[in-house]
Each structure stands twice: as structure tokens, then as C-alpha cells.
Design a protein around this ligand. Structure first.
Ligand code: CU
Length: 183
């Protein structure tokens, strides 16, 4: 009896660690697709499309992201994660890339591809831009606030262009894409 009990406990431990294995690299994954139909305040009829995925590390200190877009009718100028829920505009909390003047107070973002391409990168507390009007802090507090926003569908990825400086293609983050394994 004892042997058989040990065996089943061993099996449960093995099964649990196998199930948890894919989650070791990140705690949350937030994928989305970008479209002009998601833009605010005006909906944009754009040929551009894109995909974006943000992966939050297990210890919630690093966001690794990949942004891909194509067929933009004018050159991209910058891309960000904004704090705002679907159908509402919100401030820029995290830069993904920029071809303009780099933001002050955070590490200089990489350049954006012009009409099509992919950028990958990592974001940490140092990259967060405070949004006082929306009560988003800078630093570690702001980073945690943005992860919470992502988990609650209150953030979006946005690519801006010369033709549409306030944003040409946009994708909502969180909710549907929230692969929460925090249990
Ligand atoms: Cu933006």
C-alpha cells in the first residue's frame, strides 16, 4: 500500500511539473492583431495590418514583445503600448519604437520599420512613462500598474504614421489574450 501511494504521489508531482513547464518562461502572454478599425477617436480605413504579442516574465519584471506590421500606406513614425480600454484613447505608457524625438526620462527606443517589418524588444520598469492624468506612475509601480492594465483589457498597441499621426492601426490587449496561469 505504501509503495503504491508513493507511486501515485510521484505521478501527481510529475504530471504537475509537466503541465507547468510551458509557463516557466513567462507568466502572461498578451497577443493581439492591429487594425485601423480599432482606432480612436476616428476609425481609420487602412490597408495596414499587424500583430503584436507581449509576454510578461514569471517574476513580472520584464515584458518581451514582438510587433509586426505590413502594408502601411504611409511611413510609421512610432509605436507604443497605451493605457486605455477598447474604443477609448489613452496616454503612451511604453514605447515600442520611434523614428522621431526619443521620449525623455526613459531609455531611447529602437527605430520603427517604415511601411512593413518587425521589431522585438524588452521593457522593464525603467521604460514606463508616467501618465499623471490617468494615475499611472513611473518606475516599478507603473510597470506593475501596466501589467494589471494588460490583464484587465485596459491597454492597447498602436502604430502611428505620417498619414495618421494619432494612430493608424491598433490592437486591444488583455482579456481574450490573457493566458493567466497565476493560480
Ligand atoms: Cu502610440
Amino acid at each position: 500500500m505504501i509503495t503504491s501511494r508513493r507511486l501515485s504521489i510521484g505521478f501527481v508531482v510529475l504530471a504537475t511539473s509537466l503541465a507547468a513547464a510551458p509557463a516557466l518562461a513567462e507568466r502572461f502572454t498578451f497577443p493581439t492583431t492591429l487594425s485601423g478599425y480599432n482606432e480612436t477617436t476616428a476609425t481609420i480605413n487602412s490597408t495596414g495590418t499587424g500583430t503584436f504579442v507581449a509576454k510578461v516574465s514569471k517574476d513580472e519584471t520584464i515584458i518581451t514583445y514582438t510587433l509586426t506590421f505590413s502594408d502601411l500606406p504611409s511611413d510609421s513614425t512610432q509605436a507604443h503600448i497605451h493605457f486605455g480600454r477598447p474604443a477609448l484613447s489613452g496616454g503612451v505608457a511604453l514605447f515600442l519604437c520611434t523614428n522621431g524625438t526619443p521620449p525623455a526620462g526613459v531609455p531611447t527606443p529602437q527605430h520603427c520599420p517604415l511601411r512593413a517589418g518587425t521589431v522585438t524588444g524588452t521593457l522593464t520598469a525603467a521604460d514606463v512613462i508616467a501618465l499623471p492624468a490617468q494615475s499611472i506612475d513611473s518606475g516599478a509601480a507603473g510597470f506593475a500598474e501596466m501589467i494589471k492594465a494588460l490583464r484587465n483589457g485596459a491597454a492597447y498597441a498602436n502604430v502611428h504614421t505620417t498619414g495618421h499621426p494619432s494612430g493608424e492601426i491598433r490592437g486591444p490587449l488583455g482579456k481574450a489574450g490573457d493566458e493567466d496561469d497565476d493560480d
